[in-house]
Design a protein around this ligand. Structure first.
Ligand SMILES: Nc1ncnc2c1ncn2[C@@H]1O[C@H](COP(=O)(O)OP(=O)(O)OP(=O)(O)O)[C@@H](O)[C@H]1O
Ligand SMILES: [Mg+2]
Length: 291
């Protein structure tokens, strides 16, 4: 059997086949640091929280880090930024390592095949994904997997465009990045990313409204819709404005980048994935801007 692992700025998702079904397990790519004490330990144990102890600190991992951020009134820390290991966070690699170990576990057979997703280099930010890609590859190989890397955009093409002979444009609009791959008969013609996604919306709306970023994320993820009219000055109104700005920005950059390549004569259907494409009315907004 083989497994898949999508290491995202906001979520780490593992996919595994069980008979004909695919089982997904997921954790937020986040952690929360607390001073270790007997009292805190009892509380975390009682609440069955996922945590580890390192020296005199406890680290709450994954979804629980987000949940307990409110209780302890401190922000959950994120090991990744813009789709890659964050250079601003010194605990990045040990925390991702722990999360990946928990999600993936041991291989079920010797050298089990594992495909991991990787972002493509952004066209609008001076960073390079090589270090991230190689680090994730090494980390999963050390767990005993036979690891291969696939561009996130190409994974969308493989997942969604089979009935078009794997020809088309795969787009994943995540938290830190928007990844794009144009493929012709399952072969990538061009892969790139754009350094904006859900995190950018949250940051901009937080600045505009004075709310914390975490609060904005929660409101956005809880039945926000792009089909409704919102009151001027409301958080939802600000979310709509920045959603429109994000989609316009993505479409402009798609156009700019695609003008540089000469794809074969064929129809290129578009498949869109990623958490930021979830709100009702997103596809219609994307189609309007694209047309
Ligand atoms: N229902 C929802 N409505 C709007 N946004 C949502 C919703 N659910 C999740 N999101 C947003 O989607 C983003 C996470 O999506 P996803 O899991 O695809 O990203 P990722 O793979 O972790 O990040 P990246 O690919 O950029 O590294 C976050 O910005 C999150 O707030
Ligand atoms: Mg992603």
């Amino acid at each position: 059997m083989a497994r898949g692992l999508d290491v995202g700025t906001m979520n780490i998702v593992c996919a595994e086949k069980e008979g004909e079904n695919i089982i997904f397990t997921q954790q937020r790519n986040a952690f929360l640091e607390l001073d270790a004490s007997e009292l805190t330990k009892n509380m975390l144990d009682a609440a069955k929280v996922l945590y580890v102890q390192k020296d005199d600190k406890f680290y709450i991992l994954g979804d629980d880090a987000f949940k307990f951020a409110n209780v302890f009134k401190r922000p959950a820390r994120r090991p990744m930024k813009h789709g890659i290991i964050s250079p601003e966070e010194k605990e990045s690699i040990p925390m991702i390592k722990l999360l990946v170990e928990r999600l993936l576990g041991q291989p079920s057979s010797y050298n089990e095949i594992l495909y991991i997703s990787s972002p493509a280099d952004p066209i609008d930010l001076n960073v390079n994904v090589l270090y991230h890609r190689k680090t994730m590859e090494a980390l999963t190989r050390r767990l005993g997997y036979d690891t291969y890397v696939i561009d996130e955009g190409l994974a969308v093409v493989y997942s969604e465009l089979g009935k078009y002979g794997f020809t088309g444009v795969g787009i994943s609009i995540g938290a830190g990045l928007t990844n794009v791959t144009v493929a012709y008969l399952a072969t990538p013609v061009v892969s790139f990313s754009i350094a904006k996604g859900g995190d950018w919306i949250d940051e901009q709306v937080a600045i505009a409204t004075g709310l914390t970023k975490e609060r904005v994320t929660a409101i956005k993820e809880k039945d926000f819709s792009l089909e409704k009219e919102f009151e001027i000055g409301s958080v939802e109104g600000a979310l709509s404005i920045y959603y429109d700005a994000l989609v316009t920005y993505i479409v402009q950059n798609l156009k700019r980048k695609l003008a540089e390549v000469t794809p074969p004569e064929a129809e290129f259907p578009i498949a869109i994935a990623g958490g930021s494409a979830k709100p009702k009315g997103f596809l219609e907004l994307f189609e309007r801007r694209l047309s």
